[in-house]
Design a protein around this ligand. Structure first.
Ligand SMILES: N[C@@H](CCC(=O)N[C@@H](CS)C(=O)NCC(=O)O)C(=O)O
Length: 214
């Protein structure tokens, strides 16, 4: 049984597990209460960030690396084109862009705006991060003008990666998506596996419901 520790970007991992039909359990990690009180989790990830997984003797962090691990170990799956497939380069690029180029950059904006002392909320670093996010997003916009999914006509794990980043920007960064990105997120989040992942990720579900009520 695979254990996923924490929601946040753990949503990507849970969504992938649902898409692949693999058995798992979600073990909540409450960052707001403080991981310093969660010795069991700190034994898994002493760096204290989420998500992490435990799969037998394997423990791992980094949501994209975890997805690559699960696909390599429990695939093959149509969620990951094979290296010789013409869709592979775009797949690989957007799988990583979703975190390195989008979510990780937006994270700086989100923590600055929501957690920084009042006077530091619109600091230079956060403004620069938002500008970088918008620039990186152009790659997504161009790709969506070419194909319905980021690696072509078929939904892949790259779409899990980028959908999470776009929804994170929208929900936590109050970022307004363009028409093409909004239509894309509506399309990807209509999948049964996405909906099941949302049912599992109760904190994420509650957060989304709270935003919808505002
Ligand atoms: N690149 C990492 C980012 C992980 C990350 O920043 N997680 C956030 C929540 S989604 C977190 O744990 N933040 C608290 C911290 O970094 O100490 C991944 O994709 O898993």
């Amino acid at each position: 049984m695979i254990t996923v520790f924490g929601e946040g970007r753990g949503f990507r991992v849970v969504w992938l597990l649902e898409e692949m039909g693999l058995a798992y359990r979600l073990r909540p990690v409450d960052l707001l209460v403080g991981v310093e009180h969660d010795a069991e989790f700190l034994a898994i990830n002493p760096a204290g960030f989420i998500p992490a997984i435990q799969d037998g003797d394997v423990t791992m962090v980094e949501s994209i690396a975890i997805m690559e691990y699960l696909i390599a170990r429990y695939g093959p799956t149509p969620l990951a084109p094979a290296p010789h497939d013409p869709a592979f380069p775009a797949y690989q690029q957007f799988l990583h862009l979703g975190e390195a180029g989008l979510a990780a950059i937006m994270y700086i904006v989100v923590v600055s705006r929501n957690l920084a002392p009042e006077a530091e909320r619109h600091n230079w670093g956060a403004r620069k991060a938002l500008e970088i996010f918008k620039n990186r997003l152009r790659l997504v916009t161009r790709q969506l003008a070419r194909s319905p999914y980021l690696a072509g006509d078929r939904f892949t794990a790259a779409d899990i990666s980028v959908t999470y980043a776009l929804e994170f920007a929208q929900r936590s960064g109050r970022f307004t998506l363009g028409e093409a990105e909004q239509a894309y997120v509506t399309r990807t989040s209509e999948r049964g596996a996405y909906k099941r992942a949302m049912e599992t990720c109760k904190d994420t579900k509650a957060w989304v419901a709270k935003l919808a009520g505002q």
